[in-house]
Design a protein around this ligand. Structure first.
Ligand code: AHR
Length: 677
C-alpha cells in the first residue's frame, strides 16, 4: 500500500531541514534514501515561469513578429535609419524625414519620397533592411501595409515587394493603385511561391512615375503564433510553450524603469492602434522600441501560453541613480499610483469600467486574471540619502490594496513599513561552482517572512547562450529552489532571449538564441524544460551519504572603491577555498499519479554510481523512465549553427526494486521517473 503522510504538520522552519540531510563523504558511491511516504514541502504550482523585457532585441527583431525596422521613422530624428533610397535603371529621386508633414499626433514626422525622374523601366523607391535581413520562406503569406498620402500630381501606383538583397529575385510583390491626398492605410498580401529560405532580403516600396509621396507605419508581418494580428514569431513562441511556463513577469527589468522617468515603460503609450503608438528610446538597453509589444500584447502572450501575468508596476525610480530620476514619495508619487490603478483596471476591469472599456476597444473585452503585482525593479539600488523604496512601496501598496484587496504584492527588496506577500530576489553568478555553492541556501532560510520569487537568476557561463557548465550550475540551483518550493514559490531565469546577430546582444548568457530565420534552446533551456515538465506536487525528504565534493576557490570580492573611484584602501582578501558538492539532487512526488521524480545533477567529469533507496513504498513499477541531458565537456553548447547538439534523451529503464544503483554519466542532468505501488 502506498501511503503518503499528507497531514504531517511540522514547524515551518523544520520543513527544509527534513527535505535533505547531507552526511560527509564515505568513500563509496553516494547513497540517497528517499522517504516516499513523507512530505517535506509542497511544490508551488507557479515555480517555473518566464521573465521578459526588451533586451538583446527580444521583441524588436525577436519575438514580436514585425519585420520592418524603423517602421514609423521615429528611431532617429535626423535620418531614416535602416532605410535606403533605391534608384533603378536611371530613375532619380530623394528621400528625407519630413517633420512638417506629421503622420499623426503620436508620430510627428513622416518619410518624404520625391521621384524626380522615372519612366519606362525606371523605378525609384525606399528599401527597408529589416532586422538583420527579412526572412523569406516558400509558400508563405506576408501581410504588408503602409500609410501614405500623395502630392496632388502623384497618383501611384506604388509597388511593394520582397526583393533579394542582390536585386536579382523579386520574392513576392503587389501593386497599390491610387494613392489619395490624405493619409490612408493600404494593405496587401505578399505570397511567395518556391522561394528558397533566406534572410538576405529587403522590403521595397517603389514607383515608376514622378511625384511626391509621404509614408509612415510601413509594416510587414509573416504568419504569427495563433494567427494573432500584430502577433509573435512562431518558432520562438513554440520554444517557450514547450517549457510550459506558469507565469510571465513583464515588462522588466531595467526596461520597466528606463534610465530616466521619461524613458520608462509608459504603458499608456503602448496600447491601442499600433499606428498611434509613439514608441520610445529603450535607453536601458540602448535601442529603439516601437512599443508594438505593448501591455495588451504581453497579456495576450500570457493567454496564448496559459501563463499568469506578473505585472511589473513602474514605482518612481529610474536607473540614472541621480536624485532627479526618483519621484519623491508623497504628493509627487500620487500620479504614478493613480497610473498603476488605471493600468490594473485596463488588465482586470470589466468592459464597463473606463479602462476595461478601452481594453475592449483594443479587441479584448474579457478581463485578464491577475494575482501578482510587482512594485518596481531592483529597488535596492535606490540608496541615495538612505533610499526611498520603503516609502514608495508603502504608497503603492496602500493605494492599490484599497481598491484591489485580493492582489498579492511583490517587493523588490526588503521593506519594513508594510509586509509584502513576496520578495523578488535576483542571483546572477559568473561560474558554475559559484552557483552550485549557493544551491542549498534556502534549506536553512527561516520560513517566517514573505515568500520568495527568484525573479532573475542565471549561471552566466557561455555566450551568447549558456553552455553545459551553465546548465549544470542552473540545474544544481534548481534542485534547491524546487526542494524549498514552500518558500520559493516562483522563479524565472533572465534574460530569456537574445538575437545572436552581430550587435544583437547587450547581456551575455541568455536562455534562447535566434537569428532572422531560426531559433534554438541552450543546454540551460533544456535543463529548465526538464525541471518544469517533470516534477510532482510534494517534496520528498532525502537523507544522503557520501555526496562527492570538489575544492573551489571563491572569487576575491572587488571591494568598495574609495572616493572618486580610487582603489579600495585595504585590498580585499581572497576567501578561503571551500568544498562544493558535485552531486545535487531532489525528489518530488505526484500525489495523484504516484509518480516519483528523482533529479540528479552530476557535475563530475567521471560517471557517478548512486545507490538509490526508496522507502515508504511496498514496491516500484519495474518500468521507469530516464530523461537525461549530458555533454562530453562543460564547454559544449548549442548554437544557431548546431542548435540541438545537447538535448534531453528519454529512455525506458528497468527499476529492479526499491533499492538499486544507477550510474549517472559525466556532466549530466537526469530525471528518473518511477512509480510507487
Ligand atoms: O536581466 C538583465 C538585467 O539584470 C535586468 O534588466 C535587471 O533587472 C537586472 O539587473
Amino acid at each position: 500500500m502506498f501511503l503518503i503522510n499528507l497531514t504531517k504538520s511540522l514547524p515551518a522552519v523544520a520543513w527544509a531541514a527534513l527535505a535533505v540531510t547531507l552526511s560527509a563523504q564515505s568513500g563509496g558511491p553516494a547513497v540517497l534514501q528517499i522517504k516516499a511516504d513523507q512530505v517535506a514541502a509542497q511544490v508551488s504550482p507557479l515555480l517555473y515561469g518566464l521573465m521578459t523585457e526588451e533586451i538583446n532585441f527580444s521583441y524588436e527583431g525577436g519575438l514580436y513578429a514585425e519585420l520592418v525596422r524603423n517602421r514609423t521613422f521615429m528611431e532617429d530624428a535626423k535620418e531614416p535609419v535602416h532605410w535606403k533610397l533605391v534608384q533603378e535603371n536611371g530613375g532619380a529621386g530623394s528621400m528625407a524625414l519630413d517633420p512638417s508633414r506629421r503622420f499623426n499626433t503620436a508620430i510627428p514626422t513622416s518619410l518624404k519620397l520625391t521621384i524626380s525622374k522615372a519612366s519606362g523601366n525606371q523605378r525609384v523607391g525606399i528599401a527597408n533592411e529589416g532586422f538583420w535581413g527579412i526572412p523569406v520562406r516558400p509558400n508563405t503569406r506576408y501581410r504588408a501595409s503602409f500609410y501614405a498620402e500623395a502630392a496632388p500630381q502623384f497618383k501611384g501606383p506604388l509597388t511593394i515587394a520582397l526583393v533579394s538583397d542582390d536585386g536579382v529575385t523579386v520574392q513576392a510583390s503587389a501593386r497599390v493603385g491610387r494613392i489619395t491626398e490624405t493619409w490612408q492605410r493600404y494593405e496587401v498580401f505578399l505570397t511567395t511561391t518556391d522561394a528558397p529560405v533566406s534572410a538576405a532580403n529587403h522590403l521595397l516600396i517603389s514607383a515608376s512615375k514622378p511625384g511626391t509621396v509621404w509614408l509612415s507605419m510601413v509594416s510587414l508581418f509573416p504568419p504569427t503564433f495563433a494567427n494573432r494580428p500584430n502577433g509573435n514569431r512562431q518558432d520562438i513562441m513554440q520554444l517557450l510553450a514547450d517549457m510550459k511556463p506558469a507565469f510571465l513577469r513583464f515588462p522588466g527589468g531595467n526596461y520597466l524603469e528606463g534610465n530616466t522617468i521619461a524613458t520608462r515603460f509608459n504603458w499608456r503609450n503602448t496600447i491601442g492602434d499600433i499606428s498611434r503608438r509613439p514608441g520610445h528610446m529603450n535607453d536601458a538597453w540602448r535601442y529603439w522600441s516601437t512599443d508594438g509589444m505593448g501591455l495588451l500584447e504581453f497579456l495576450e502572450w500570457c493567454e496564448d501560453l496559459n501563463m499568469q501575468p506578473v505585472l511589473g508596476i513602474y514605482a518612481g525610480y529610474s536607473l540614472n541613480r541621480q536624485g532627479e530620476q526618483r519621484v519623491a514619495p508623497g504628493a509627487d508619487l500620487e500620479p504614478y499610483v493613480r497610473d498603476a490603478l488605471d493600468e490594473i483596471e485596463y488588465v482586470t476591469g470589466l468592459a464597463t469600467t473606463p479602462w476595461g472599456q478601452l481594453r475592449a476597444r483594443d479587441g479584448h473585452p474579457a478581463p485578464f486574471p491577475l494575482t501578482y503585482v510587482e512594485i518596481g525593479n531592483e529597488d535596492q539600488f535606490d540608496r541615495v540619502g538612505g533610499g526611498t523604496y520603503d516609502a514608495r512601496f508603502t504608497q503603492f501598496y496602500d493605494g492599490i490594496k484599497a481598491r484591489y484587496p485580493r492582489l498579492q504584492f511583490i517587493a523588490t527588496t526588503n521593506v519594513t513599513t508594510r509586509v509584502p506577500d513576496v520578495i523578488d530576489e535576483h542571483y546572477y553568478r559568473n561560474s558554475e561552482d559559484l552557483m552550485a555553492s549557493t544551491a542549498h541556501m534556502y534549506d536553512t532560510r527561516p520560513r517566517t517572512g514573505p515568500k520568495v520569487f527568484v525573479g532573475e537568476w542565471a549561471t552566466r557561463v557561455g555566450s551568447p547562450t549558456p553552455n553545459m557548465s551553465g546548465a549544470l550550475g542552473d540545474a544544481a540551483w534548481m534542485t534547491g529552489m524546487e526542494r524549498n518550493s514552500d518558500l520559493v514559490i516562483m522563479s524565472s531565469y533572465a534574460p530569456l532571449l537574445v538575437n545572436v546577430n552581430p550587435g544583437g546582444m547587450q547581456w551575455k548568457t541568455d536562455l534562447i538564441g535566434y537569428d532572422t530565420l531560426t531559433s534554438y534552446g541552450s543546454p540551460a533551456y533544456y535543463a529548465q524544460k526538464m525541471f518544469s515538465l517533470y516534477h510532482g506536487d510534494l517534496v520528498l525528504p532525502i537523507a544522503a551519504q557520501g555526496v562527492p565534493t570538489r575544492l573551489w576557490q571563491p572569487p576575491t570580492p572587488s571591494g568598495r572603491k574609495g572616493p572618486d573611484g580610487a582603489p579600495p584602501a585595504t585590498p580585499p582578501q581572497a576567501p578561503a577555498p571551500q568544498q562544493v558538492p558535485t552531486l545535487f539532487f531532489n525528489a518530488t512526488l505526484d500525489s495523484k499519479t504516484h509518480a516519483i521524480f528523482l533529479k540528479i545533477v552530476n557535475r563530475e567529469s567521471t560517471p557517478q554510481p548512486v545507490r538509490i533507496e526508496i522507502g515508504g513504498v511496498s514496491a516500484l513499477d519495474p518500468k521507469g523512465q530516464s530523461i537525461m541531458l549530458s555533454a562530453s565537456s562543460p564547454d559544449e553548447t548549442n548554437s544557431i549553427t548546431d542548435p540541438t547538439k545537447i538535448v534531453p534523451v528519454v529512455t525506458s529503464i528497468a527499476i529492479p526494486g526499491t533499492a538499486f544503483t544507477h550510474t549517472f554519466p559525466p556532466y549530466s542532468i537526469t530525471v528518473l521517473q518511477m512509480k510507487g505501488r
